[in-house]
Design a protein. Structure first.
Length: 276
């Protein structure tokens, strides 16, 4: 049996998205870039979400230990590495809180703002802050997105980071694979569609919100589909304009227009000879 080839998977994509976003962030300690739970506001940090964060960390620790042992060709079971979430201290947890508190205002960016994001500087992905409990059981900010320097004496910045090379390769691999589909590979402007799709992914690739979904593959595929369809519609519109100009000058239009005319004429003939 042939060995299964790993094309693309959500696990690797999420890892590269996280690495890419981290290049736009500043943390008190690099280890604080990892988080255990994503919350919409700091007020949501309570007994229930703390317990959920502990379970998430325990699951992550279990999976990491199991994969490390498996990579050494050891025959092990994941239950052998299971971590009890109750053994994890609250002060070890890191909470990602989605917030615009540290993002500068930009009045007038949109004529009729509908959300708080419309009143702030435009960003390449939703902003957040990381929090953890200190020794006195107080929540302290330990990291900010779109930020350079310390938490108190740093400054807003959105241009110092970049997508990782591995994530860019994933975008290109996804587009190349999509371009081989039967419904698009026959177009002569296939390369233009691929180029438009890669450009689109480079613009919206980091806008994927992990707090709403853990399926970036579907998100990226939808963006690629929209890019391909946009180019196809544009090319068809241009072709119709060319055919109209050729017909106005009594010249032969494209084969597509000729076949369409023959098909419509055949339908009219059938309608005329159809018995009453």
């Amino acid at each position: 049996m042939a060995k299964r080839i790993n094309y693309l998977n959500n696990k690797d994509m999420l890892k590269e998205i996280h690495k890419s976003k981290s290049t736009f962030c500043s943390y008190v300690d690099p280890a604080y870039a990892q988080f255990d739970i994503i919350l919409p506001s700091i007020e949501k940090i309570n007994i229930r979400t703390i317990a959920e964060a502990k379970r998430n960390r325990a699951k992550k620790m279990t999976t990491t230990a199991y994969e490390a042992a498996k990579s050494q060709n050891k025959k092990v079971k994941i239950t052998e590495f299971e971590v009890d979430y109750r053994s994890i201290q609250k002060s070890d947890l890191i909470f990602r809180v989605m917030t615009f508190d540290h993002i500068p205002d930009e009045p007038g960016r949109k004529k009729t703002p509908k959300t708080i994001a419309d009143t702030k500087t435009k960003l390449n992905f939703p902003p957040f802050q990381h929090y953890k409990f200190d020794e006195d059981d107080n929540l302290v900010c330990i990291g900010k997105s779109h930020w350079e320097g310390g938490m108190e004496n740093g400054c807003f910045s959105k241009a110092h980071g970049t997508a990782t090379n591995e994530l860019a390769k994933m975008w290109m691999k996804l587009v190349d694979r999509y371009a081989t589909r039967g419904n698009v590979r026959g177009y002569t402007y296939n390369d233009e569609m691929k180029g438009q799709a890669i450009l689109q992914l480079s613009q919206i690739g980091l806008q994927f919100d992990e707090s709403k979904s853990n399926n970036p593959f579907a998100y990226y595929t939808a963006a690629v589909t929209n890019s391909f369809v946009r180019v196809i519609n544009l090319e068809k519109r241009n072709q119709n304009i060319r055919d109209d100009i050729l017909e106005m000058n009594e010249l032969k239009p494209s084969h597509t227009r000729q076949h369409q005319g023959e098909w419509e004429a055949a339908l009219r003939r059938e309608a005329e000879i159809k018995p009453i």
